[in-house]
Write a protein that binds this ligand. Structure first.
Ligand code: GLN
Length: 495
């Protein structure tokens, strides 16, 4: 029996190029896996079998003609935050349940150009606001390692689908941790690039100064291939950066001799709730492995780390309140029935179609931006944001990369934190500073912890880099993955 789901993107693309498998065969195989297993996970909002098969057939023609780009015919899934022409783009909200985009997001377009086949659109937290995928209008997503646990969020559908091998890879977006945290919870590899490295055009905006798209896959080498296709300047996004895209696969095999790894003391002995000792032990074992590979471990300080959650929860809601004002029941999306007047149309359309968390953020953000409070909250948060970035800049004068946990604990259970937004917000305590600074960071699987529910749950190591050091991060991650097989582990139910 073919076991294509055990193969990485790197392996599948080699098989396609060598003619050992066709894109039609592969695409059918993964569509079949989604059809038979996604009931357990709820990781997809839309599956687009017909379009996928048509793309696969076209890919096979290209492959047969020779000289097809390296990713030709590889099927993947897109987070439902990316606009896809002709296929529903809901952002997991009732607001956009009826929205069919007339165009593709640049990420989707770039990947299509690179030959990628789209299997479907993955579930997520509504408008990417959340850390557990429980705020989705389409229902919670389950963690493939324990169906009672959350997959993380907001890219929880992408992480669960890749973790369960229903898709070889997926796209995600990360505003405060939404690629790294679900990647850690589901035992996969995820990369949040430098702000501006990947175009945000056609990616539904949450907090525009923080949002960034990136790949979620089994391995660093897969992420390198995918980032090659995703990254690049886009004249349609004024914050995308006009800087050459290196070949991210080129440096994967560089030895790590002399690599200086910074360990921020604030991320290990954290005061607010701390870090699960079992998670920390897994991280320490991974760090020892890096030492054995020739790296040097250096304790560093990021003294303003404790500000990142409060700063984020002013900046992100403020920007979301502005971005989400376009969903007004007039231009597109949901409209309430029989509005009495314009005001009723606005308030009922928004009140009926936005979920609780989205409404909470809009209210917090509107408050923080209102005159009289702007200086006290928004302006202050922007100033503190500089301090957080400066901490990283100083650190990178002494070290090449920074390592830390991704999350203080492994995946928590569905329903465990839904009544307590603050405890939910604190699950991003180790990921948020990266977005505020705009630097790139990865999450790679480094072991399992037998957690309180008696299940073996994956642990993620976070590797943060200086601006535009994606190639270095991928190299550092790949070297570890050459020596370990955590990234190869699959959940029992989905083998
Ligand atoms: N969990 C964070 C939030 O709720 C981050 C979400 C994200 O990165 N999109 O805002």
């Amino acid at each position: 029996m073919s076991m294509y789901h055990t193969k990485s993107v790197t392996e599948l693309s080699a098989m396609l190029q060598a003619g050992e498998v066709s894109s039609v065969e592969l695409t059918q195989y993964f569509l079949q896996r989604i059809a038979s297993s996604d009931e357990k996970l709820n990781s997809f909002i839309s599956v687009c079998a017909d379009q996928a098969m048509a793309q696969a057939e076209a890919s096979d023609k290209l492959l047969a003609a020779g000289n097809a780009p390296v990713l030709t015919g590889v099927p993947i899934a897109h987070k439902d935050i990316f606009c896809t022409e002709g296929v529903k783009t809901s952002c997991a909200s009732k607001m956009l349940d009826n929205f069919i985009s007339p165009y593709d997001a640049t990420v989707v377009k770039n990947m299509r150009k690179a030959g990628i086949v789209m299997l479907g659109k993955t579930n997520m937290d509504e408008f990417a606001m959340g850390s557990s995928n429980e705020t989705s209008y389409y229902g919670a997503v389950k963690n493939p390692w324990n169906l009672e646990a959350v997959p993380g969020g907001s890219s929880g559908g992408s992480a669960a689908a890749v973790g369960a091998r229903l898709a070889p890879a997926a796209t995600g977006t990360d505003t405060g941790g939404s690629i790294r945290q679900p990647a850690a919870f589901c035992g996969i590899t995820g990369l949040k690039p430098t702000y501006g490295r990947v175009s945000r055009f056609g990616m539904i905006a949450f907090a525009s100064s923080l949002d960034q798209a990136g790949p979620m896959a089994q391995s660093a080498s897969d992420c390198a291939l995918l980032l090659n296709a995703m990254a690049g300047f886009d004249e349609k996004d004024s914050t995308s950066i006009e800087k050459e895209v290196p070949d991210y696969s080129a440096d994967l095999n560089k030895p790590l001799d002399g690599l200086r790894i910074g360990l921020p003391k604030e991320y290990f002995a954290h005061s607010e709730g701390g870090i699960d000792a079992r998670v920390e032990a897994s991280i320490q074992t991974a760090l020892e492995q890096y030492k054995a590979m020739g790296a040097e471990l250096i304790e560093i300080e990021l003294p303003n780390s404790n500000l990142s959650v409060p700063v984020y929860y002013v900046v992100a809601p403020a920007e979301c309140s502005a971005n989400l004002s376009r969903f007004d029941g007039v231009r597109y999306g949901y409209r309430c029935e029989d509005p009495e007047d314009l005001n009723d149309l606005y308030t009922r359309s928004r009140g009926e179609a936005f979920g609780t968390e989205v409404q909470r953020r809009i209210m917090v953000g509107t408050y923080a931006l209102s005159s009289g409070y702007y200086d006290a909250y928004y302006l202050k948060a922007q100033k503190l944001r500089h301090l957080i970035s400066d901490d990283f800049k100083k650190a990178y004068e002494k070290v090449d990369v920074i390592m830390a946990p991704v999350t203080p604990e492994t995946a928590f259970n569905i329903g465990e934190k839904t009544d307590d937004p603050i405890s939910m917000y604190l699950s991003d305590i180790f990921t948020i500073a990266v977005n505020l600074a705009g630097i790139p960071a990865m999450s790679i699987p480094v072991g399992f912890v037998n957690n309180d529910s008696g299940k073996n749950m994956p642990v993620g190591l976070q590797i943060m880099g200086n601006y535009f050091d994606e190639a270095k991060l991928l190299n550092v991650a790949h070297q570890y993955q050459q020596q370990t097989d955590w990234h190869r582990q699959m959940p029992e139910e989905f083998k």
